[in-house]
Write a protein that binds this ligand. Sequence first.
Ligand code: BGC
Length: 474
Amino acid sequence: MGSGSSGGTAQGYKTIVYLICMVAALGGLLFGLDQGFIANSLETLTQHYGLDVHDKESYSAILATGGIFGALLSGIFARFLGRKRSLVLAGLIFTAASAYSALLPSLPVLSSCRFALGFAVGIASFVVPLYLSETAPAKIRGSMGTLFQLMITIGIFLIAGSNVFIARAFVDPATSLPLMFLTITVFAALMFAGSFILPESPRWLMLKGRKERAVAVLRRTLNTQEEIDREIGEIEEALHGPQGAGIGIVFRGYFFKVLVVGILLQMFQQLVGINMMIYYSPTIFGYAGMTGLLALMAVPTVNMLFTFPAIRWVEKWGRKKLLYVGAGIMTVTMLAAGFAFQSIGDVSDPALIGGAPKTLLLVSVVCYIFGFAVSWGPVVWLVCSEIFPLEGREVGMTITTMINWTFAGLVMNYALSFMGRFGNASIFYVFAGFCVLAILFVSFFVPETKGITLEELEFNLKKGVRLRDLGTRA
Ligand code: BGC
C-alpha cells in the first residue's frame, strides 16, 4: 500500500471514508465468495446439470481464466476509465453474472457467467488496492491492504457456510442453486451501488490534469485545508517522479530478475495445492467417507481464522521465516494425507473405511490449511507488492497476478482427474514435492523484505545486489 504522511486526524474520519473502506471490503469479499463458491455447491450443481468429473473441473477453473483476462486488462481500465468507473464496471459484471446464473441457464451460458465473474475478480483485485492507496487517508491505508486479504478468506468462509445451509434447507437443486447464486448477487449489488457514490481517486484526477476536481474530492475526505494542501503537494511531487513504465521494462536486467522471483512465488503459491483444498475438500473428504459438517466447513474456517494472526506475524517474524515454516508444515501434512489415502486403498464402499485413516486425513488437511493461511497465503501477495521498483510496479503486479490465476486454473482443471487416473494418494505426494522445491527456491532467491523501505530495496536492486540479499541495508 502507498504511504504518505497526511491522513486521519483527531477529528476522526468523515462518513465518506467509511464508505470507501466498505466498498473496498466488498471487493475482497466478492473475490472470496466466487473463489469459495464451488466447494459446497458442487454436489448441487452436479445434481442439476449432471456434471462428470471433467465438467466439474472446467466449471471451477473457468473463473481463473476470467481472472487472467481481468488482471490483464485492469491496468488499462484503471488508466483510461479511471479508478471509480473501473469499480463500477466490476460491480456491474459481478451483479449481472451472478444474477443471470441464478436463472440456471444452460451449462455453456452458466460457464460464461463464471468466466465473467472471474473477469470482475481480476479487475477488482487490481483496482481496489490501487484505489485505496490513492484515496483512503494515509493512516489507514496499511490496514486497508490487510483488510482486503482478510475479506477474501471471510468471503470463502461465508459462502461455504451459506451454501451448506441452503443445500440442507432446500433439497431440490432447482430451488437451492438459485438461492446460492443470489447470495453472491446481494453482495455484488451492494458493491455496484456503493461504487456509484464513491469519489474518483484524486491522484487519477491529477494525472488527467483536473486539479480542481481533485481538490474537491480531498475536501470531502480530509478535514483541514492543511491536510489538503499537503496531499496535493505529495501527489504533484509523485507525478514528477518516475512514472509507470510500459511493458518494455521487462527487458531491463534488474527488473527481469525480480520479475522471475515474483512469478515463481505466485507459481509455487498455487502448486503447493491450496485451491485443491479450497475447491475440492468436500469432494476429497467424500472419497474417504466423510460427509458431515466438519468435512464441509473445516477448511474455510481454519483458513479464515488463521489469516488474522498471520497479518501480525508477517511483521514480527519476517516474510522468509513464515514461508519456510508454512512450506515445512505443508510438506509434512501432504505426505501424511497421501499416506492416509494409501492406507485406505481401493475401497468400493466408503462406509467401510476405518476411523484411523479418516482422522489422519482430517488432521493433516486442517494443519495444512493452517500452514498455508499463516504463510504463503498473505506473504506472497505482500512480497509481490514490495519487490518491484516503482516505475515497474504496475507491470510487475499485473504479470505476477496473471501467473497466480494461470496456475490456480491448472490445479482446478486437473486435480480431480489426476486423482482418478493415478490414485487418490498421488496428488498429495506431488504437492509435497512442490513444497520442498518452494523451500529451496525461497532459500536461494527470495529477499527478506521486512524492515526495509521500498526505496532501499530499489536502490539495492539497481546496484546489482544478489537477489536474496536485496533486503539487507546498504
Ligand atoms: C490465493 C488464492 C486462495 C486463497 C485462499 C490466496 O492467497 O491466491 O488462490 O484461494 O489464498 O485463502
